[in-house]
Write a protein that binds this ligand. Sequence first.
Ligand code: DUR
Length: 301
Amino acid sequence: MKETLTNANFPQDAEGHVYHINVKRGQVANRILTVGDHHRARAIAKHLDQIDFERSSQRGFLTITGRYKGIPVSIMAIGMGNCMMDFFVRESRAVVDGDIAIIRFGSCGSLTARAPPGSVIVPKAGYCIRRNLDYFCDTPLNPALADTPYLISGTFPADAGITELLETTLKAALEGQQADVGPVITGGLNADGCSFYSAQGRQDPQFWDDNQDVIKTALATHPTTDALEMETSMLFHLAQCAKGTVRAAGCMQVFADRVNNGFIRPEIVKILEPLVGKAVLDALVLVDLEAMNEAGTVWEQ
Ligand code: DUR
């Protein structure tokens, strides 16, 4: 850290740069495409008409801001996990004026035979699976939960309007591609694990995890779960808690097949990733931020 920071509650330097993503007002657009992987962010940025700002922070965040089809957008790589999503959403919110539309483009494991590797899942809502530390603790503080190794939350909705736009641009982008690219799977749920390993049901004999049943339990609780990853449900949750100023949607390419234990081939990623990246930008610039100001868009029940 080079700069002097003030305000331990929400640290910023004298120029207003936020602590972890290291950007200030004017450097992040109201429309944000977020990914985990920095290479993916740079590859998608090739689609921009122009790049006006680029910053990579010491804490693992990359921000590229420019224009796509003449409209200001930011592409932000945030690494992995709920914590990084939390830094990204809160610190972006702090430096952007007005409402924010966020679309996440990530990768995931698939829990459904409908979505083999190479598919793209667009969830309608998401929930979290968290390791219950009290289960593993010698002196659990909450005996009522002491027999439950993993806690499964209720769901948080994606923004219906942005999700619909995303479904449309993705389906158009993947139509007519070779057999292993696509399909686009819509209408189901995403689950965020707090670990790639234990909370996602991966077996590791080196650790005490008691996670043999975690996927079965998650599917019994939320039968329409399609995807398992680490960020998108947190994004939906934070958007819901942002007092109406952040709307979010997400899509993920299926990398890991958790039904048949397969993994995507690199040559398919090479074709899929640029198509999805461009489709997400196409959806992002179609979002009506003014309409969001009015009421936002919610799912019809
Ligand atoms: N991811 C998972 N689980 C998978 C496949 C992909 O969490 O099975 C996502 C989320 C995280 C990164 O960002 O990819 C971990 O490899």
